[in-house]
Design a protein around this ligand. Structure first.
Ligand code: PLP
Ligand code: COI
Length: 365
């Protein structure tokens, strides 16, 4: 009997001769912001219909050369992921549930008619990047190295069909808090003019088009003094924010979060809900109407609401603003359940408490 295995990748490594000096790197790591600076290398693997996954490379970070007719530039055949590398107190480097990101990337790939990158290759790519750019993982509290795997159609062809040539890349960016105010409660804007996704669409996939369609409503949110936008389905049911999931906390300790086929199933949300269940909270994943939130907030039944995602971690929502009503206030204080779940999650990620669910994966050796 033969057992099918994924052949190991034979990496070709080209070091960046113009890599930043330790001093330059430290200056960036002292104040990384979010998504503004990138490490010295990229990892990439090619795919073609005839050749499968091939030419695995670690290369100097730099521009990608693409044919102007590359399919991604016209029809948006693209997917991505987001996860983080955390430095523990002993200097070791870990990531959080990478298999879940790899599996989600495979689901996104299926929806976007892209090839499924084997989970082993996804994790190998992370380890390759950390092997060469591990010094870029910051060590200050609440900082991390944001890892951004992505895949796109690079075939030069204007016909509308799945591309026969695809590239997978991994880049990394040192990260501080996503919101400039840190973990202070944020205000969010209820979009009623725009939807992020529709039934049968690409809402559950992590694909660029979903984010492109969120930019105009996100700009509307900013005009109304809000940091994020909340989308509804059928003008009624809570979906998610532009780049994070949403969870409501009830007075009796129940956590409620939308069940929908058109939202991104967050790994942060899944982890937070598990931690809450471990503490004895009831957790409900079901349809939630905007009226339930309004009425629950007014009656005091809903005591806290938070956003969660890799970039945002767990961020309290102080206020929801809509064209004709407001819930909460911009001066709201962060909720106790929100902050204590946030602390437990980050304690696990930074190795400060036991990883009882086996969520951490060591990236350096
Ligand atoms: N929803 C959207 C639209 C997102 O972009 C993200 C961030 O990745 C999430 C939810 C949260 O997902 P995760 O917790 O896996 O980062
Ligand atoms: C993430 O949290 O990884 C995302 O992709 C969200 C984006 C707003 C940065």
């Amino acid at each position: 009997m033969t057992i099918a295995t994924t052949p190991a990748l034979d990496w070709q490594v080209t070091r960046n001769l113009a890599a930043r000096s330790p001093q330059e790197r430290d200056a960036i790591l002292a104040n990384p912001g979010f998504g503004q600076h990138f490490t010295d290398h990229t990892v990439d693997v090619c795919w073609s219909v005839g050749g499968g996954w091939h030419r695995p490379r670690v290369q100097p970070y730099g521009p990608i050369s693409l044919d102007p007719s590359a399919a991604v530039l016209h029809y948006g055949q693209e997917i991505f992921e987001g996860l983080k590398a955390y430095r523990h107190a002993d200097g070791s480097i870990w990531t959080f549930r990478p298999e879940a990101n790899a599996a989600r990337m495979q689901r996104s790939a299926r929806r976007l008619a892209l090839p499924e990158l084997p989970v082993e290759y996804f994790i190998d790519a992370l380890e390759q990047l950390i092997a060469i750019d591990g010094e870029w993982v910051p060590s200050e509290p609440e900082t991390s190295l944001y890892l951004r795997p992505f895949m796109f159609a690079k075939e030069a062809f204007l016909g509308v069909r799945p591309a026969n040539k695809v590239a997978f890349y991994l880049i990394a960016s040192p990260a501080g808090p996503y919101f400039s105010g840190g973990v202070a409660p944020v205000s969010i804007w209820l979009s009623t003019n725009y939807a992020r996704a529709g039934k049968g669409g690409t809402g559950a996939a992590k694909t660029g088009g979903n984010y492109a369609s969120s930019l105009l409503p996100q700009a509307e949110a900013a005009e109304n003094g809000c940091q994020q936008v909340l989308f509804l389905s059928e003008d009624t049911y809570l979906e998610e924010l532009g780049g994070m999931n949403v969870v409501l906390v009830y007075r009796d300790g129940t956590l409620v979060t939308p069940d929908s086929d058109s939202i991104l199933e967050g790994i942060t949300r899944d982890s937070i809900l598990q931690l809450a269940r471990d503490r004895g909270h009831r957790v409900e994943q079901r349809r939630v109407t905007i009226d339930e939130w309004r009425e629950g907030a007014a009656s005091g039944d809903i005591t806290e609401v938070f956003a969660c995602g890799t970039a945002a971690v767990v961020t309290p929502i102080g206020q929801l603003k809509a064209a004709d009503f407001t819930i909460g206030s911009p001066d709201a204080v962060a909720g106790e359940v929100t902050m204590s779940l946030r602390e437990e999650l980050t304690d696990i990620q930074y190795g400060r408490v036991e990883d009882r669910h086996g969520w951490l994966h060591r990236l350096d050796n």
